[in-house]
Design a protein around this ligand. Structure first.
Ligand code: EPU
Length: 469
């Protein structure tokens, strides 16, 4: 059996043009939302990535008919009837999408629903507690059952769901989506307070409105949904992936290059662009996209606090930290969305980055992790020269940060666990190579792959990382 490693020889300036893909974190949810309806939905600008593949399989499993023209990026889905409401074990832990199936299926069937997830303490440590309590508020009965190897959620609403008031303690993206999906077919009106208003959620809301749903959103994070019984055929263009856009922008700037990203939308990137400007990097907003460029030494001295939209997104901090290793001065980053999302800095430090981790909230605001013992703030000092390394990727965004670091290191870095990148970045190797990077995938034997993973010694990080795509 052969497996793939990524080989990156750094030191090249990236420059050129790429086209933004559709957003992973919108497309996967739109597919699940389409299951609410018995009419055809057509999506344009569909990203050809692993997480969409997984979601397509998931939808087919329960009875969706899907045709996907990957070249044209068009996908059609029609779910006339549900074949089953049991999600097979093989989807357990594949990503965060299966849990959203509960919300969609509760609206479509009064039968029992089974959704597997990785075992143990699901309502506690790896939290989906906001999802569960929101669905319970709408009248669902949900329990978590230990199975032989893994556990599963058993859910049902034998008498249907009823609209209710849901107030989230924190504006969770996934829990807001689950609540919206379930609310579409719940009797009466559902009000969701302290809802997430990320652009991908707005895209979901726009899609649902096209589908015939009565749904509104106000300026104070309140979403209101009325019961919908009849659905319309829909055509929908998926919004561009803001995470992909900032990733290529930061990769190009950190190598002192420039990239024009066609389809990049200004309004998705406000807080990112403000921080980018503070570093002295350049950007020019044009009619068809945004150009990002290096224009002289980068400045550190930034203070970034990750936040929910419209704040600085948590998925942006990893590549931004790599950029800051190339900037003059010390910068502070306070992660306020995830309690433990700096595990990846360990490898960056081994590559030569000067990064210090802190339990305290380094910033103006005391976040919900202030009294917990998580290292959720860092100081990055730059500029530093990065050295090549054997690396094993623990998750998608850390993975891109490592690729960026490898692009800055003059020697060859070898990277394993590449499928993590393929789940969220379409054609990553090809895109970077087209910008001038010296990067290629190489097939190796299982034995060589194992040796690489051992040398990369990723274990130290694995337990620090939530695999949170
Ligand atoms: N949380 C709870 N209980 C819950 C749900 C969330 O305590 O029931 C906590 C989480 O532990 C976390 C915070 O709330 O500390 C935010 O989690 P959220 O639910 O908002 O995140 P998510 O829906 O699981 C999505 C994206 C992530 C992105 C976050 C934040 C998808 C598939 N994933 O995750 O994207 O970081 O929102 O914007 O949409 C990625 O694309 O690589 C990725 C990780």
């Amino acid at each position: 059996m052969h497996l793939e490693l990524l080989k990156v020889k750094g030191g090249k300036k990236l420059s050129g043009k790429i086209v933004a893909s559709g957003a992973k974190n919108a497309m996967t949810k739109l597919l699940v939302a389409s299951l609410l309806s018995d009419k055809k939905c057509t999506f344009y600008n569909v990203p050809n990535i692993g997480d969409v593949e997984i979601t397509v399989d998931l939808c087919k499993e329960i009875g969706a008919e899907i045709s996907w023209d990957k070249k044209e990026k068009i996908l059609q889905i029609l779910t006339k009837d549900l074949k089953t409401s049991y999600i097979p074990q093989r989807f357990s832990g594949s990503n965060r999408i299966p849990i959203l199936m509960i919300g969609a299926l509760l609206g479509r069937t009064t039968e029992d629903i089974i959704v597997p997830t990785v075992g143990g303490d699901q309502l506690g440590k790896r939290p989906v507690d906001f999802h569960i309590s929101a669905l319970q508020k709408l009248g669902a009965t949900i329990e978590y059952r230990e199975m032989k190897k893994e556990g599963a959620y058993l859910a049902h609403a034998h008498n249907g769901l009823s609209g209710s008031l849901i107030t989230f303690p924190f504006p969770s993206v996934g829990a807001t989506e689950n609540a919206i999906l379930a609310a579409v077919r719940a009797k009466g009106t559902t009000i969701i307070k302290n809802a997430s208003i990320e652009p991908e959620i707005i895209d979901l809301i726009l899609f649902l409105q096209k589908m015939g749903v009565r749904i509104t959103i106000d300026s104070t994070r309140i979403i209101s949904i009325k019961e919908t019984k009849q659905f319309l055929q829909v055509e929908h263009t998926v919004l561009p992936d803001r995470n992909e856009i900032i990733s290529y922008a930061l990769a190009a700037i950190s190598t002192q290059g420039r990239v024009f990203i066609e389809g990049a939308e200004h309004q998705l990137l406000l807080s990112f662009l403000d921080k980018l400007r503070e570093t002295g990097a350049g950007f020019s907003i044009q009619k068809t996209g945004i150009e990002f460029f290096y224009q002289g030494p980068l400045r550190g001295g930034l203070h970034i606090e990750t936040d929910v939209h419209p704040g600085f997104m948590t998925d942006w901090q990893q590549p931004f930290v790599v950029l800051l290793t190339q900037a003059q001065g010390s910068s502070v980053i306070h992660e306020t969305v995830y309690e433990n999302r700096f595990g990846y800095t360990h490898t960056l430090k081994e590559m030569g980055a000067d990064i210090e981790l802190f339990h305290q909230c380094l910033g103006n605001k005391e976040c919900r992790f202030s009294l917990l013992n998580h290292k959720h703030s860092i100081i990055v000092r730059g500029p530093t020269e990065l050295q090549a390394k054997n690396i094993s990727i623990p998750d998608l965004r850390a993975g891109f940060a490592y690729v960026m670091a490898a692009l800055l290191a003059p020697d060859v870095s070898t990277i394993s666990n590449v499928p993590f990148l393929d789940r969220g970045y379409e054609n990553l190797t090809h895109q970077l190579a087209s910008l001038g990077a010296d990067i290629k995938k190489v097939a190796v034997s299982a034995k060589k792959y194992e040796q690489h993973s051992l040398a990369a010694d990723s274990k130290k990080e694995l337990h620090l990382h939530p695999r949170v795509s």
